[in-house]
Design a protein around this ligand. Structure first.
Ligand SMILES: Nc1nc2c(ncn2[C@@H]2O[C@H](COP(=O)(O)OP(=O)(O)O)[C@@H](O)[C@H]2O)c(=O)[nH]1
Ligand SMILES: [Mg+2]
Ligand SMILES: [Zn+2]
Length: 299
């Protein structure tokens, strides 16, 4: 017999086998986790960045051990964004890299679609290109990510969300105030998750959800609301993991002449990524964010 037990601190549940099918059983074995959503137990700001040598050693240590497991046996992450509070595309790209390194598939969700027009009017051209919006998300749709537009006010997109969550274990990830608890309540009214008043998140960074909760979906599947996972770390990843997180860049890198091509100092004649960028096959914002995250990893 196999059942799911939640061992602290890995939410999502560890699958175990028990000796007998009694209501009270004995855990005899913890089965291998299919996926693990983890992050370094320290943040980069806690490392002594004055001493690069130390950081190098610390990074190796962090990669090999000292990881904090947040959730086990997840299938997918739902990356939640909204026009308010706004998010830079860099945050989305970091989420995509970090979740792909954990072998999770991703759904990109843009909530509060009922207030799109109001918010868009307040942006200048530069902000429009650098923030997650209905417009900029088209790039991600073209890359093959499922992108859904929702509103917990009008119900837009909720059926589509339900079908994507069906029979999967998913986690809602996104900064405070984008509507994660509202989405959970819209799917599962009995969850009764606390929804923050606007004043609770704007400016002060207060959190209304301070812990993670796992909910069973009536149609099959589990949904986790986890406020503590807003800060996806990427600095501890390997260069390969970062590159794999940018699917079009890793595709283009197949045409680089050298396997360890940095796509920075190499000329376009030998760098497939540079050629793809010139040909418009890689968006400028994606390339900028790729370089930014790579820089963090190699610093
Ligand atoms: N206009 C609009 N407001 C929303 C929507 N979803 C959530 N909100 C509001 O956004 C604020 C934050 O919502 P909450 O669910 O607590 O966000 P969380 O911090 O991500 O869990 C609350 O005031 C909600 O009423 C939506 O679809 N449209
Ligand atoms: Mg919440
Ligand atoms: Zn290259």
């Amino acid at each position: 017999m196999s059942l799911q037990v939640v061992f602290a601190p890995a939410l999502g549940g560890d699958m175990t086998t028990s000796e007998r099918s009694f209501a009270r059983g004995v855990v005899s074995k913890r089965l291998e986790r299919t996926t693990v959503l983890d992050r370094p137990s320290k943040s980069i700001s806690e490392l002594n960045v004055n001493d690069l040598q130390t950081v190098g050693a610390e990074k190796v240590l962090e990669r090999t051990g000292s990881r904090k497991v947040l959730c086990a046996n997840l299938d997918q992450v739902v990356l939640v964004f909204a026009s308010s509070p706004p998010s830079p595309l860099l945050q989305l790209d970091k989420y995509l890299v970090a979740s792909s390194a954990c072998k999770l598939s991703q759904i990109i969700l843009f909530n509060k679609c009922d207030m799109l027009e109001d918010d868009d009017a307040n942006l200048n051209a530069q902000e429009r290109n650098q923030l997650v919006s209905a417009e900029t998300l088209k790039v991600y749709q073209r890359l093959g990510y499922p992108v859904i537009m929702t509103s917990t006010r009008t119900g837009q997109g909720l059926e589509e969300l339900k079908s994507l969550l069906h029979n999967k274990t998913s986690i809602l990830v996104g900064q405070s105030g984008v509507g994660k608890s509202s989405l959970l309540n819209a799917l599962l009214p009995q969850a009764n998750a606390r929804v923050g008043a606007l004043s609770e998140w704007s400016g002060l960074g207060a959190h209304t959800t301070s812990h993670a909760e796992l909910h069973f979906l009536p149609s099959g599947g589990n949904l986790i609301d986890c406020a503590g996972f807003r800060d996806f770390a990427t600095w501890h990843l390997t260069l390969e993991e970062v590159q794999q997180g940018f699917r079009e860049i890793s595709q283009a890198a197949l045409d680089c002449k050298f396997r360890d091509c940095s796509h920075i100092s190499e000329p376009a004649e030998v760098c497939g990524v540079k050629r793809a960028l010139e040909e418009g096959k890689i968006e400028t914002s994606r390339m900028m964010n790729f370089r930014y995250i790579m820089n963090e990893v190699t610093a």
